[in-house]
Write a protein that binds this ligand. Structure first.
Ligand code: ZN
Length: 434
């Protein structure tokens, strides 16, 4: 079998500090050898001298809304109803290819309408379209009359199509909906269990009963699937950890008891701070009490008046809390992930690298740790830690060749022209090596 022999690589393996002067051999879909120094090559092998460029694992965007496109910029009755399902599917295919072009060879979906993720996951696996390995998301399950529901002023509920939302009540209601999402092909089922993070004014509450949450988790786990929750508030983080939720999204109000609960449960956390930062930058420049209705329409998510001002103030408090807590979560060993609400108006698709830069340059997390979140932790969250996430012998060859050293300057990952090669399953998606 033909092999690819990478020599003189600055190895950023997803686990350890950089090791210069390494060789990595790819044979078929897998990494056959990782070694310091040179390895011999045969006449059939493709030998690539990387000249000190970095070789690292493909990354995983662990909170990805495949269909989002300028969400918040134009009024839509609900997420998932911005356009017909076939058009949303085409947006999603474009977004997934763009994500792969930015070095993310895996992604985990968050809320999505119409079981689009499951179909695109299959289309990618069958080679119909290019894209990352997709761990398919689901509709977003919420309790009737909870903050996320009421906040939408949902006249269109009378029409019966709730887009990417689905309402449930009681343990049996949540169990049924989780099973339906599994039937529709989801790998990870999303629930919304709190206020905050731009959904409605943050108030610290959990909007679902503990028995409903436990029923959802149990229904998913019994079928080998996972549960993720929009859990921004203090109480919801604790309830999610107690129920054994796999991924806690946002976690803006996490405190010391929350940290300890998450450590004990082993739940993953997606801090998703880039969205909050960019949204706050846009909104804090306005006096929302004074703003005209016309101006409010130009703003992401159109908050205005007293309610809008309160929402922004609470979002600022929540952002500052996460900025202070994130280094502590990281030091304590909480399993953190990258991924955010890309495709909303404040953070368009293609700005993925800015999230990594934010954590390193503004929050002060070591670059090595952020790389681990994006590689090893992402693979572990999707249950494929033994196959993906590090450059190790025997694992699948999802690899990036990077101009620059992301551990010295993480910003080199923000510009896709620095990615000289992108491999998935040992196949080149991008090859600018020779
Ligand atoms: Zn999201």
């Amino acid at each position: 079998m033909d092999r690819i022999v990478f020599r003189n690589a600055n190895l950023v393996d997803g686990e350890s500090p950089a090791q210069p002067g390494c060789s990595v051999v790819v044979e078929g879909a897998r990494i056959a050898q990782v070694t310091p120094g040179e390895v011999p090559a045969g006449p059939e092998d493709r030998v690539v001298d990387l000249g000190g460029r970095s070789l690292m694992p493909g990354m995983c965007s662990s909170h990805f809304h495949t269909t989002y496109r300028a969400v918040g910029a134009t009024p839509a009755p609900s997420l998932g109803l911005e356009a017909p399902i076939p058009i949303l599917t085409l947006f999603a295919a474009q977004n997934l290819e763009l994500l792969l072009r930015h070095g993310f060879t895996s992604a985990a979906g968050s809320s999505v309408p119409g079981a689009i993720d499951a179909s695109l996951r299959d289309a990618i696996e069958q080679g119909i379209i290019p894209g990352p390995r997709l761990y398919a998301g689901s509709r977003e399950l919420i309790a009737t009359g909870d903050a996320a529901d009421v906040g939408l002023r949902t006249w269109f509920y009378e029409l019966g199509n709730l887009g990417s939302l689905a309402l449930a009540d009681g343990p049996m209601g949540f169990r049924n909906l989780v099973r339906q999402e599994i039937q529709r092909g989801s790998d990870i089922i999303k629930l919304n269990v709190s206020t905050g993070h731009a959904v409605s004014v943050s108030d610290g509450r959990c909007t679902i009963e503990p028995d409903e949450l436990r029923a959802a988790v149990s229904a998913a786990h019994r079928r080998g699937r996972k549960i993720r929750c929009h859990a921004s508030s203090r109480e919801s983080i604790l309830e999610c950890a107690r129920a054994g939720v796999d991924v806690i999204d946002h976690a803006d109000q996490i405190d010391q008891p929350g940290l300890e609960a998450v450590l004990k449960s082993g739940s993953f956390v997606t801090p998703t701070m880039l969205f909050s930062q960019k949204l706050l930058e846009a909104l804090e420049n306005y006096d929302l009490r004074e703003i005209s209705a016309a101006d409010a329409q130009q703003l992401p998510f159109q908050p205005s008046g007293e309610g809008g001002e309160l929402m922004v103030r609470r979002m600022r408090e929540d952002f500052d809390n996460m900025a202070a807590m994130l280094p502590e979560l990281n030091r304590a060993g909480v399993r953190l992930l990258v991924g955010d609400d890309f495709g909303t108006q404040p953070i368009p698709h293609g700005t993925y690298g800015q999230e990594l830069e934010l954590y390193v340059k503004q929050i002060g997390i070591p670059a090595l740790d952020v790389i681990r979140w994006a590689t090893r932790n992402g693979a572990e969250m999707t249950g494929r830690g033994d196959e993906l996430g590090t450059v190790s012998e025997g694992k699948l060859a999802d690899l990036l060749v990077v101009e620059g050293d992301p551990l010295q300057d993480i910003a080199c990952l923000s510009n896709p022209s620095n990615l000289k090669a992108i491999l998935k399953d040992g196949q080149f998606f991008k090859d600018e090596l020779d």
